[in-house]
Write a protein that binds this ligand. Structure first.
Ligand SMILES: N[C@@H](CCC(=O)N[C@@H](CS)C(=O)NCC(=O)O)C(=O)O
Length: 200
């Protein structure tokens, strides 16, 4: 079983979230860039890794992990020396998991619906995120302590931070000062700077 993480990536994709996280934990990893233009994400070889034919995906110790939020959660636990996840018996683990799942289950679809200007649905209560404004209000409260866990940066900030940076860029997210300040704070992370500079 290999300790080196195999990272299936495309630089213009959610792969950037996993890339940032890999750099944060300092994991040994080997990147396989898949060209969307050449359809390399839909080959039988890659579909055997991720039947969705999507990136990112990682393989570590013989196990496949897909879904950017799951990859962040997994890597924080697999490389605990980086200190990016509260331990299972730490009460802050609840806050940490809550906002990671909120990021994937609520923030992401809310921003995508806004970006594509999808028409409102008849029963917003049936949507996981409900109402766009309510999701943004909750998101603002989540980041109010500084980082999600206050003074401790964690994998939840990698995921939520990625959504906020991407949302501001695509205009799926309203440019509120709290979001802009948080995005600016994320961009001070050396790991994210290495990814942005293409140094890793
Ligand atoms: N739920 C997945 C979504 C992954 C995803 O949609 N990736 C896009 C790029 S951002 C992709 O691979 N698209 C290629 C395709 O679907 O053909 C995650 O959170 O990682």
């Amino acid at each position: 079983m290999s300790e080196t993480v195999t990272f299936y990536h495309n630089p213009v994709s959610r792969g950037r979230i996993a890339h940032w996280m890999l750099e944060e934990v300092g994991a040994p990893y080997e990147t396989r860039v898949l060209s969307f233009d050449k359809g390399e994400h839909k080959t039988p070889e890659y579909l055997a890794v991720n039947p969705m034919g999507k990136v990112p995906a990682i393989v570590h110790r013989g196990v496949v992990v897909t879904e950017a939020a799951a990859i962040c959660t997994y890597l924080a636990d697999a490389f605990p020396a980086a200190g990016l996840a509260p331990a299972a018996d730490d009460p802050r683990r609840g806050t940490y998991l809550r906002w990671l799942f909120f990021g994937a289950g609520c923030v992401e679809p809310a921003l995508i619906d806004r970006m594509f200007a999808r028409p409102p649905v008849e029963r917003p209560g049936a949507l996981g995120y409900g109402i766009y404004e309510a999701t943004l209000h909750a998101l603002e409260l989540a980041i109010a302590p500084g980082w999600i866990l206050g003074s401790q940066f964690s994998a939840a900030d990698v995921y939520i931070g990625s959504q906020i940076i991407w949302g501001l860029m695509t205009k799926g997210l309203e440019a509120r000062p709290a979001f802009e300040q948080y995005a600016a704070r994320c961009k001070t992370r050396p790991a994210l700077q290495r990814v942005a500079a293409g140094d890793s």
